[in-house]
Unconditional design. Structure first.
Length: 208
């Protein structure tokens, strides 16, 4: 009986905390793929296809600004294979995930680039600050619920004052994350479209 009450209380807490529910949904999935568009103040837009399979396989195919570039992270070897001009072209590089050549904006490592890491980071900021609902809307014709995270500045990229995150109402998958600076200036937007969850990948998709 006590165990049932504990589970009920835990589920109730998760349902009242959208980021906790989003994190729980991520822990339950096995794979996903998504088209990512990163727009940052003063920088060229990045567009890429992102593929993820547990326990941590990651494949990134760049569309812009480096068309043809492919990165694959192997969680068994903890190495990143890089094809600068596409899978069927040389050269092929084998790098550590902390190598500057394969680090993303703000020094993000390939092996720490999945949605689970993003949600964990937002939850840490929420724990140090506050979360407020923004209401409902649509992104790419999908119903979303928005939330604003203020405070918890430790670990943020320089100049960050608050975040807004928009979660799909059905899956709680993040479809947009916005980072704001002083005076409400929009510094960066990450859009995630064409999301597919728990799909099978072809054989050797992560080990070509």
């Amino acid at each position: 009986m006590l165990w049932a009450l504990f589970v009920f209380a835990l589920l109730g807490e998760t349902m009242n905390d959208p980021l906790a529910e989003a994190e729980s949904r991520f822990q339950a999935l096995t794979s996903y793929r998504v088209t990512v568009r990163l727009s940052a103040e003063g920088s060229e837009q990045h567009v890429l296809r992102y593929f993820y399979r547990k326990p941590g396989w990651i494949r990134i195919e760049f569309i812009r600004p480096h068309p043809g570039l492919v990165l694959i992270y192997n969680p068994d070897t903890r190495r990143v294979r890089v094809w600068p001009f596409g899978l069927n072209h040389l050269p092929r590089l084998n790098l550590a995930p902390d190598n500057p050549l394969v680090r993303g904006p703000h020094g993000i490592r390939v092996d720490q680039s999945d949605v689970g890491v993003l949600l964990e980071s937002l939850r840490e900021r929420q724990a140090r600050g506050s979360l407020a609902p923004l209401g409902r809307g649509e992104i790419a014709a999908r119903p979303v619920a928005g939330f604003e995270i203020r405070g918890g500045t430790g670990g943020n990229p320089p100049g960050t004052h608050y975040y807004r995150v928009w979660l799909a109402q059905d899956s709680r998958f993040p479809l947009r994350v916005e980072r704001f600076g002083t005076g409400g200036r929009l510094l960066e937007t990450v859009d995630m479209a064409d999301v597919e969850i728990d799909m099978p990948f072809p054989e050797r998709f992560f080990t070509p």
